[in-house]
Structures are given as structure tokens and as C-alpha cells.
Design a protein around this ligand. Structure first.
Ligand SMILES: C[S@@+](CC[C@H](N)C(=O)[O-])C[C@H]1O[C@@H](n2cnc3c(N)ncnc32)[C@H](O)[C@@H]1O
Length: 282
């Protein structure tokens, strides 16, 4: 049954109810002491369970925080931080708890995710952005932007236009931490690209970037208004899929008049994604 089928979505709504019951019970008993999104929202932004949501959040945030501190970013001060493509706050949960002093901003194209973030995190200014740039922010608004698992879904052109937009809204000397998929993720993507891992690796070495649009993209977009909270790809208005990029490609294509590539650390994000550290030139 396809992802957009109403019966499948109704089943997801049932799971949401079950999870809400579990969460209310465990919050009442003090076992869970943080906001938990609806099950369907967690699943579409990559977490299979509450436990995975919490732990994978830590595993994605820890390298970003460690590298940010290493770059001298003052996470204990009232700097301005943007979570671009925040989903249901898998990273914001840990950032806002461990570093409460910064002013947090968040955006995502999925209105159901943003509704959760606005309710659960009133201290974060969150809004629904359009699938294509621009963002609503003024030039040079942020000291730090991070974005987990967004560039791993965008095609070459959208990556370029979002890079230019993030460069616009980050301050001169400010940082942009983006996650991408490269060789560390390749084992998970052989069926996506229809090739053995070695063949994928060869093609990546030749081309620098591999992109495969989701097969279910158009059905999902068409049916996104039926049981919206249980729909995949809400707010996606263009091509979207799996993207793998090689570090050499990033170094040659993402270094431009605005950004310098400070470092690329392969496989450090949740054992699968690479962390790309960009700094806006002054
Ligand atoms: C795999 S999820 C990751 C969410 C969150 N960063 C996390 O790691 O849990 C990708 C997110 O990017 C959002 N997204 C996709 N295209 C976007 C765009 N052009 N602008 C903002 N958000 C976008 C999706 O709605 C989705 O919430």
C-alpha cells in the first residue's frame, strides 16, 4: 500500500492516539520529562520510537555542539541560532535544554511540525517557510545556523539556492553547520540508486553528487491534505529525494564568494551523515 493511501494514514492516526496515551502516562509518572511529538511526525523525520527520537537527537546534536565550541561559538551567551528544517525539534530538544541562553529560531516547510514546535517550545520563534528561498529573516541575522538532514534530500540546484540564502542570513564570520550523506551512508542507499555499494561509490567519485527523487513524491504531494498530520512530505513543492555528495564536490562547489568550507567530518552524525562546517566570509 502506498505512503499516501488514506487507510495507511488512518492507521498512523491510531498509532498517534496510542503513543499519546503512553506519553501522558509516562509524563505523569515522571519517566518522560520532555515534549514528545505525534508518532507519525516522529517517524517521517526519521525516528522509529520515542527512545530513538531522544537518543538520535543526542547523537546528532553532540558533534554539532562539540565542533561549535571548538570553533569558539559562544553557546552560553545570547547568540542567535537558527534550526533550518527543524522537523519536530529532535535537535532543539537538546540544544534548548543544555544551552538555554541563545535566542532560538526555527523553520520548516511542514506546518504540522511547526505547529508542534510552536506549542512545545514557546521560547523558540518558529515559522513555516516556503520550499524555495527566501526566508523571512533580514540579512546577517544569525551567529549559527544548523540543519540536519535537509541537504541530504535536495537536488543540486536547490542545494545551491539554499546555500546562497543561508549565506545571506548568517552574519559575516558566522557559521553554518549542515549535514550531508556521503560514503558513510552509501550502504543504506544501494536500493535507492539500484547499484551495489562499490558501483555507487565509483559513480559518486566520477560525478561528485548523486540524486534520486522519491518514487512516491508526486502521490504524496497530491494527497498531502488528507489527514495532514499523518502525511509525508507536507509543504514539499518541488523535487525531493535522496542526495549523496562527495567531500571533494562540497569543497569545489560550495566554496563561493560568501562561504568557506572550514571542515568536513565524515560519518560523525549518528554514524551515517557527514558534518559540513561552513563559515561566512567577512
Ligand atoms: C529528515 S527531516 C529532518 C528534521 C530534523 N532536522 C531532524 O533531524 O529531526 C527533513 C526536514 O526538512 C524539512 N524540509 C524539507 N525541505 C525544506 C525546505 N526547503 N525548507 C525548510 N525545511 C525543509 C522537512 O519538512 C523535514 O521536516
Amino acid at each position: 500500500m502506498d505512503h499516501a493511501h488514506p487507510i495507511k494514514k488512518m492507521a498512523k492516526l491510531g498509532l498517534n492516539q496510542l503513543q499519546r496515551f503512553q506519553v501522558e502516562l509516562e509524563q505523569g509518572l515522571g519517566i518522560i520529562d520532555y515534549p514528545v511529538p505525534p508518532n507519525s511526525s516522529m517517524r517521517k523525520t526519521s525516528s522509529r520510537s520515542i527512545r530513538h527520537y531522544y537518543i538520535s537527537g543526542i547523537q546528532t546534536v553532540m558533534p554539532i555542539v562539540t565542533c561549535a565550541l571548538h570553533q569558539g561559538i559562544a553557546l552560553n551567551e545570547r547568540i542567535r541560532i537558527l534550526d533550518f528544517g527543524c522537523g519536530v525539534a529532535r535537535q532543539l530538544l537538546h540544544f534548548t535544554r543544555r544551552y538555554p541562553n541563545p535566542a532560538y529560531y526555527a523553520c520548516d516547510v511542514d506546518e504540522t511540525s511547526i505547529a508542534f514546535v510552536q506549542k512545545a517550545y514557546p521560547q523558540v520563534e518558529a515559522y513555516v517557510n516556503a520550499f524555495h528561498p527566501p526566508l523571512k529573516y533580514l540579512d546577517a541575522s544569525f551567529d549559527l545556523i544548523y540543519s540536519v538532514s535537509i541537504f541530504s534530500h535536495l537536488n543540486r540546484e536547490d542545494q545551491k539556492s539554499w546555500l546562497a540564502e543561508l549565506a545571506r542570513v548568517v552574519k559575516p564570520g558566522g557559521y553554518c553547520f549542515l549535514t550531508t550523506e556521503g560514503m558513510a551512508a552509501m550502504g543504506h542507499l544501494t536500493s535507492t540508486f539500484g547499484m551495489e555499494e562499490a558501483a555507487c561509490a565509483r559513480k559518486l567519485a566520477e560525478q561528485g553528487i548523486l540524486y534520486k527523487e522519491y518514487d512516491f513524491l508526486h502521490d504524496s504531494i497530491k494527497n498531502q491534505n488528507t489527514f495532514k498530520v499523518a502525511s509525508l512530505l507536507v509543504g514539499i513543492e518541488g523535487s525531493y529525494g535522496n542526495t549523496v555528495v562527495a567531500p571533494e564536490y562540497i569543497r569545489s562547489e560550495w566554496t563561493n564568494a560568501d562561504f568557506e568550507v572550514v571542515q568536513i567530518i565524515e560519518g560523525i552524525i549518528d554514524y551515517r551523515q557527514d558534518l559540513v562546517i561552513l563559515r561566512r566570509k567577512r
